[in-house]
Ligand binder design. Structure first.
Ligand SMILES: [Fe+2]
Length: 422
């Protein structure tokens, strides 16, 4: 606790009176009758209280207290005066920032109490200043902490995004493998999952689903027939009308087998559920749960119609290929309660408004190219050289060029061709 008190008065009697009065006090007094000496004291140490006489020869006490601000701004300033003029008080407060007045002659107890109060005020102000400094320090630390936290959150977000991208890539790779396994199991299924996925994606987009739902529609379609790898290929490709009851039952069982397979893959359980309901009938009574209308997930309804369209259109059953018009007749007239009517409308619109939709594509290898075909997408070599832009009618010289590249920089992707008459 700071107990330093400085008293400036050019009247030595006053200084002696102070000294007598406070000779037993615990406060530490410094006395001066000269403002210059008093300023030297202020340079040497901090005083809790500075008391100056108003009427001194050579310097006004208010002016001195005003200058104390420069040397010891935290000191409590007190003016000693025998005047009661209010203009002095106003000047003392405004110019000298005086906290108290002590009138001459003083009453000893009152003087002692006043000086004690001044010391306490000094302590209080010191505490407020310390708390303020502490609060500024803590605020700065908090700001730095928040800044670091922000940097760490951004770093973590970047790591999570990277991990998420890696996970997505792994899932896509896994789905690609499953789709290829299905296609390779039976010739009738060759390209079928990819065509169904293209059509399901087109329908989902036109229906206005979210990007996540569109992605699910495409992915579910790619793996929707994986359960068929548990069945003999001859059964998979057998025309439906020739199936015996037991074979029909076995074929239907592929849905649950496929669902079971997909459930084993973390993060693909949603896809497993959507696959489970791919054979539900819109009006009810379908397999396996007999759901109807909106109870059937929209992605499952899209998959059902996309799958059926491709099976009829590309002869997945029994190698008989129906025209687009015939397939639409089958879906809308022969089996009207089986498909979501809104989706039937979208399917019709897709082929009416844009005959070159991805759902009406066939995918072939380089060996299957022939003049007159129209490629739907750019044809690139393995090293990325563009051999032919999309929507080009393929000529004999194009085929020669593509075949020439096969020896050094082959086209390894399947080539998408618009179906003739589409
Ligand atoms: Fe299928």
């Amino acid at each position: 606790m700071n107990k330093n008190i400085l008293i400036l008065d050019d009247d030595e009697n006053v200084l002696h009176s102070f000294a007598r009065l406070f000779r037993k006090s615990k406060l530490k007094f410094e006395y001066s009758d000269d403002p210059l000496v008093a300023k030297e004291f202020l340079h040497q140490k901090t005083f809790a209280v500075v008391i100056a006489d108003y009427n001194m020869a050579g310097m006004n006490g208010i002016r001195f207290l005003n200058e104390v601000e420069l040397y010891s701004p935290s000191s409590i300033r007190v003016l000693l005066t025998g005047h009661t003029d209010s203009s002095i008080a106003i000047d003392a407060i405004n110019k000298g920032q005086v906290y108290r007045f002590i009138s001459k002659p003083w009453i000893a107890d009152e003087l002692s109490t006043t000086i004690d109060q001044c010391v306490q005020e000094f302590e209080l102000r010191q505490k407020v200043t310390e708390l303020h400094d502490l609060s500024v320090l803590q605020n700065n630390e908090l700001r730095d902490l928040n800044k670091n936290l922000d940097i760490k959150v951004k770093e973590r977000s970047r790591e999570l995004h990277k991990a998420n991208d890696g996970l997505k890539e792994s899932l896509l790779g896994m789905i690609g493998v499953i789709s290829e396994l299905t296609e390779n199991h039976c010739h009738a299924l060759s390209h079928h999952p990819r065509r169904v996925a293209n059509l399901a994606k087109s329908i989902a987009e036109k229906y206005g689903l979210s990007s996540l739902q569109i992605w699910k529609a495409e992915m579910t379609a790619l793996v929707h027939d994986v359960g068929k790898v548990t069945l003999p290929p001859n059964l998979v490709k057998k025309p439906r009308h020739l199936l015996k009851d037991s074979e029909e039952e076995s074929l239907q069982g592929h849905i649950l087998a496929g669902e079971h397979t997909m459930r084993m893959i973390p993060y693909l359980k949603d896809i497993a559920v959507l696959m489970r309901h791919q054979e539900e009938n819109y009006s009810g009574g379908g397999f396996p749960d007999g759901l109807k209308y909106e109870e059937i997930p929209i992605v499952s309804r899209i998959l059902k119609i996309s799958n059926a369209y491709d099976e009829w259109r590309n002869g997945v059953w029994g190698a008989v290929q129906f025209s687009h018009e015939n397939v639409m007749d089958i879906l809308t007239k022969i089996t009207p309660d089986v498909y979501d009517p809104d989706l039937l409308g979208i399917l019709g619109d897709i082929f009416k408004n844009d005959s070159k939709v991805e759902g009406d594509l066939i995918e072939i290898r380089v060996q299957g190219l022939s003049p007159g075909m129209i490629c739907a997408k750019d044809i690139h070599t393995l090293k990325g050289i563009l051999l032919l832009p999309g929507d080009t009618c393929i000529q004999a010289e194009h085929i020669k060029r593509i075949q020439a590249y096969q020896k050094t920089d082959p086209v390894i992707e399947a080539i998408s061709i618009y179906r003739e008459g589409a």
